[in-house]
Ligand binder design. Structure first.
Ligand SMILES: NC(=O)C1=CN([C@@H]2O[C@H](COP(=O)(O)OP(=O)(O)OC[C@H]3O[C@@H](n4cnc5c(N)ncnc54)[C@H](O)[C@@H]3O)[C@@H](O)[C@H]2O)C=CC1
Ligand SMILES: CC(=O)C(=O)O
Ligand SMILES: [Mg+2]
Length: 604
């Protein structure tokens, strides 16, 4: 059985005699027929190849499906309509999430088409916030495994477990988590596999990566979640989370094995714990192409929202003062991204850092506090400037900083209360207020309140989706606006690394797409309905920057037509090159072949 997204077949006959001429237009061509050597029940049970009632009469003959399907042949649109009707009978969000999961396991094209057609309604079901509840309930609601489970007690099996997903050039993108800091719901043990599946699915939905070429991996190192440990049905390792040297060695073995087996894959770190996320990123970012979504993806989307808000209100980047409430992975990632961006746009590092104020559970981060992590110490302010001020009190800190931007990534629901917001508004006529803590119930404030308390002058963007408030669109300030484009760009350029300046280029591109410059009420970020176009543009900006920096490897590769791959330097031409390689949920004609060139067992 094979799927070779590199192969574009120019003729479209079905059957074993089909004369197949392969014309490689681009490395990942997303059009044309695909080869398949499955038939009968095996084919119907293969989510990547299954078309269900949409198999044509010719395909039913060629693939031995006669008698296994009712006689009517449906179009994809008809199937989507039927699936959408079924979804509507379901009463709870979790039941809808289950329905979508099982559809993804049956028929990928139909799943992605359904979600794409109803993206605003369904993204909160297949991603945050509902996915968080599905992760909490993973062991209780488990039906069918997806993804790759690497187990700290079975380290000699790492490679053989990865091998089941292919070889060498089979995988473009790996999402990996150790599950310690899932969304805002903490340590979820083995259930964290689902965040890697959800993020990989968004790479396809939003970033156009082929669903058979992404991979989801959980590192099971135990859990400190008491509820899970006490649950008889818990499916992961029932032991306390392993830390320190043993943990580091396990991560190291896993990363080396991935690099060896899938040398072209980009690695996306997701929802590691606050003490491991940054060290793991720092350890591997020069070893293989990788990024941490919570740190860099979130930093990038927040920086883009800040830029869009500044453009809207004619303010300068260097006039910003940013108060970050919750200095963990996301908070410090945002701080780092703002500093990088300011430096790229002309500030010195010290000047840029002086604009950032971080608060954590022990109050404003000041130099010499023994609770500071090394990453927090970089943003510590001089205690002399804060004498006689209660730095544990957010209102007092707001009063003294007079921030232009208030960002929440603390998981402290309601922390941005009326007094805090009104204090901010006193000093700033167009405050930027970004409560980012997921899921929705943990947001530091709700958009309706923030707008009401500021006479509708606040520029609000939130971590999870919210409906508009009195005609004001609330943008979802979620890393799903950046990681798909960053990942796609890194995959297509075959980036050797993902540098800060490549991410800054992505930020500028995303900010330039803000609809607020045309209509101030229409949100800081482009609508989710345009996410594929947005991701393609973000990817293009990243690729062009990777070329400037010498991080683009794809031009060393042989092009399918015999020469070397050439990436166009003109933005619009490069964008077309990117789009040509993006996978889309359409049924491609299928060619029956006897034997596959490659086996990807995970496609079954
Ligand atoms: N919108 C988006 O795209 C993203 C949202 N998030 C959300 O941000 C939140 C934080 O995520 P991470 O940074 O990954 O978690 P984390 O655990 O690394 O950081 C949370 C930080 O909040 C601090 N904190 C706890 N109580 C506090 C208090 N009372 N006052 C001030 N700080 C306090 C913790 O000490 C910790 O440093 C989560 O809810 C997560 O879902 C995270 C990444 C992306
Ligand atoms: C969105 C995301 O990555 C988080 O909440 O962790
Ligand atoms: Mg995350």
């Amino acid at each position: 059985m094979t799927i070779d997204p590199c192969c574009e077949v120019t003729k479209t006959p079905v059957g074993e005699d089909a004369k197949i001429k392969v014309a490689h237009a681009t490395r990942l061509s997303a059009n044309g027929p695909i080869e398949c050597d499955l038939s009968g029940f095996h084919l119907l049970n293969s989510p990547l190849f299954n078309k269900g009632t949409a198999f044509t009469l010719e395909e039913r003959k060629a693939f031995e499906l006669d008698g296994l399907l009712p006689p009517v042949v449906n179009t994809l649109d008809e199937q989507v309509q039927r699936a959408y009707n079924q979804l509507h009978y379901l009463k709870t969000l979790l039941a809808k999430n289950d329905f979508c999961t099982s559809m993804r396991q049956q028929n990928k094209v139909l799943y992605y088409k359904l979600v794409q057609e109803h993206i605003r309604e369904l993204i909160p079901i297949v991603y945050t916030p509902t996915e968080g509840d599905a992760i909490i309930a993973y062991s209780d609601r488990f039906r069918k495994p997806e993804g790759c489970f690497l187990d700290i007690t079975k380290q000699d099996e790492i490679d053989s477990r990865l091998e089941k997903f292919g070889n060498d050039k089979d995988i473009d993108y790996i999402v990996i988590s150790d599950s310690e800091g899932i969304l805002g719901i903490g340590d979820q043990g083995v259930g964290g596999i689902r965040i890697t599946i959800a993020k990989a699915a968004l790479m396809t939905l939003c970033g156009g990566l082929h669903p058979g070429r992404t991979m989801s991996v959980v590192l099971d190192v135990g859990t400190n979640n008491k509820t899970l440990l006490e649950n008889d049905l818990y499916l992961g390792l029932k032991m306390p989370r392993v830390r320190g040297k043993q943990y580091d060695e396990f991560v190291d073995k896993a990363m080396n094995a991935m690099k060896k087996r899938f040398p072209n894959a980009v690695v996306h770190f997701e929802d590691f714990g606050v003490t491991t996320a940054k060290p793991v990123l720092d350890r591997y970012r020069n070893v293989l192409p990788c990024f941490n979504d919570d740190i860099q993806g979130t930093g990038a989307v927040v920086m883009a929202s800040i830029t869009a808000a500044l453009n809207l209100t004619n303010r300068d980047l260097l006039d910003c003062k940013i108060l970050i409430y919750g200095a963990g992975s996301a908070g410090l990632g945002i701080a780092d991204q703002v500093v990088n961006h300011m430096v790229i746009h002309g500030a010195t590092k010290d000047e840029a850092r002086s604009k950032i104020f971080c608060m954590d559970r022990y109050g404003l981060i000041l130099k010499g506090m023994d609770t500071n992590s090394p990453a927090q110490e970089a943003y510590a302010h001089d205690p002399k400037d804060w004498e006689n001020i209660d730095t544990k009190d957010l209102i007092e800190v707001v009063k003294n900083v007079k921030p232009t931007t208030l960002v929440g990534c603390s998981t402290q629901a309601g922390a941005f209360n009326e007094k805090v917001i009104k204090e901010m508004y006193k000093h700033n006529p167009r405050p930027m207020i970004f409560p980012l803590s997921n899921p929705t119930r943990l947001h530091e404030c709700f958009p309706e309140d923030a707008l009401k308390w500021t006479d509708f002058n606040a520029l609000v963007a939130t971590g999870s989706p919210f409906p508009p408030v009195d005609g004001h669109v609330i943008s979802e300030n979620n890393n799903c606006f950046t990681f798909p484009g960053i990942g796609l760009g890194a995959v297509l350029s075959r980036a050797t690394e993902i540098s800060d300046s490549m991410i800054s280029a992505a930020v500028d591109e995303l900010a330039s797409l803000s609809p607020a410059k045309i209509n101030p009420k229409s949100g800081l970020l482009p609508p989710i309905e345009e996410i594929q176009e947005t991701s393609a543009r973000v990817a293009t900006a990243l690729i062009l920057q990777s070329i400037k920096e010498g991080h683009c490897r794809v031009e060393n590769e042989e092009s399918p037509d015999g020469g070397k791959v050439h990436v166009p330097r003109d933005f619009e031409e490069c964008l077309a090159w990117v789009k040509e390689q993006m996978w889309r949920p359409v049924y491609r004609p299928m060619i029956k072949v006897k034997h596959s060139k490659k086996i990807h067992t995970h496609q079954y």
